[in-house]
Design a protein around this ligand. Structure first.
Ligand SMILES: *Cc1c(COP(=O)(O)O)cnc(C)c1O
Length: 413
């Protein structure tokens, strides 16, 4: 590559991109550069078709027979098995169920019970809000049994003492995109006798996650971000095989029962991962997510990771090289410790994001000052990363964001 990269360099990368064909699998609106697939993945054509089928044929015609005829009953396991491959887990260690928040509640509560000789849950300040809130809720309802300790990211290792029952971390930070060293932190926590729960919301479908290779205990993550499962798609949870028999779900619903259709009065947990199911699966959402996951068939997580990081690097380098210095990088510059998104800070961040959206370049804003751009490797081209950088540079240089209509805050940012 030449000293100063150009749009032609990006275009050349598109011509040799092994994932280029995936873009065709999505319905993307025209004249939109979508840099928010890390928050809501775009619509796969297969998902539209699966949802239509689920409504018209499965629900509309086959009605209740569909629980067996269309495999509704086993959707959590079928879909969990497909996600497993993307996060380095075995199929019988993952189910799709509930939301990320609820899965965190289930697994963190179960882990605390398993480690009842210890009371501290350790996490980092600035973690994704729902992670902090759910853990605060668990501590508040524990009758003094559990205590939440939230420390800055760079002091986690010191804070991992022999009182810690569970370390809860988000692998890829939702704002900065910084990636924790899962291997190292898991080993360290184990050395000190703690379990670890990893939130993979901004990792699954974009990073080469290796839960088994890291000897991970527990994990959770989102279905609607890089997995493109659709708005409010079911989340997933992972429990390492070695812990499954010992862990008990605090939400002991009938779908986690060993024999739900015997309708017995007493709860008996299913063997294996199924015990972490609670109620009836949300079939329509599940069918959307299942179809979306078919896009990943035959694709290695490593390819996704390499492309997402390369896209982010083109964007980041261009913004830094051609900008006026008013945007400061919040993400690691080193791609090997960065997830799929790149964030910059700017005091007028909100208005800049709005001005970009008005010209069809969709990123998002995270208070107080972060402009966040996600580089979904399944549907973006290298030239998109380049063009997005040019758009951002133009909005900042011309101050086109300096307009009242870009400053009024909406409810969802
Ligand atoms: C997106 C995200 C969630 C979302 O949780 P929901 O229960 O789906 O609202 C949770 N944790 C992290 C780290 C996230 O990025």
């Amino acid at each position: 590559m030449t000293e100063k990269p150009t749009r032609a360099d990006a275009s050349a990368l598109d011509r040799t991109d092994p994932l280029a064909h995936l873009r065709e699998a999505f319905e993307l609106p025209e004249n939109v550069l979508y840099l928010d697939g890390n928050s809501l993945g775009p619509l796969p054509r297969a998902a539209r078709e699966a949802l239509r089928h689920a409504v018209e044929i499965e629900w509309g015609t086959d009605l209740i027979k569909s629980w067996t005829k269309h495999g509704w009953m086993t959707l959590p396991q079928q879909i969990g098995g497909r996600i497993a491959r993307l996060i380095g887990a075995a199929a019988h260690e993952v189910v799709a169920a509930d939301s990320t928040s609820i899965n965190l509640f289930k697994l963190a509560t179960a882990a605390l019970k398993l480690r009842s000789d210890r009371r501290v849950v350790l996490t980092e300040t600035g973690n994704f809000p729902t992670d902090l809130y759910v853990l605060q809720g668990i501590a508040a309802f524990s009758g003094g049994r559990a205590e939440l300790r939230a420390v800055p990211s760079d002091t986690i290792e010191q804070a991992l003492d022999d009182k810690v029952a569970l370390l809860v971390l988000t692998q890829t930070h939702y704002k900065s995109g910084a990636v924790h060293d899962m291997q190292r932190l898991t080993r360290l926590a184990h050395d000190r006798g703690a379990l670890v729960l990893w939130d993979l919301s901004h990792s699954a479908g974009v990073l080469d996650v290796d839960l088994r290779g890291c000897n991970a205990d527990l994990a959770i993550g989102c279905g609607y971000k890089y997995l493109n499962g659709g708005p409010g798609a079911p989340a997933f949870l992972f429990v390492a095989e070695r812990h499954q028999a010992a862990l008990q779900s605090p939400l002991a619903g009938w779908m986690g029962h060993a024999a739900p259709f015997e309708f017995g009065d007493d709860y008996a947990p299913a063997p294996g991962i199924d015990r972490f199911l609670c109620g009836t699966p949300p079939v329509l959402s599940m069918q959307g997510l299942g179809a979306s996951l078919s896009l990943f068939d035959g694709i290695t997580p490593r390819l996704l990771q390499d492309k997402a990081r390369a896209l982010g690097q083109i964007f980041l380098d261009r913004v830094e090289q051609a900008g006026d210095g008013s945007l400061s990088l919040l993400s690691p510059r080193d791609p090997s410790v960065r997830g799929g998104h790149v964030s910059f800070a700017h005091e007028d961040g909100y208005a800049i994001v709005q001005a970009l959206i008005a010209r069809g370049v969709i990123g998002d804003f995270r208070a107080p000052d972060a402009l966040r751009f996600g580089f979904g490797p399944t549907f973006l081209r290298y030239v998109d990363a380049w063009d997005a950088a040019e758009a951002l540079l133009d909005v900042v240089a011309t101050r086109s964001y300096d307009d009242a209509r870009f400053r009024a805050r909406a409810a969802v940012t």
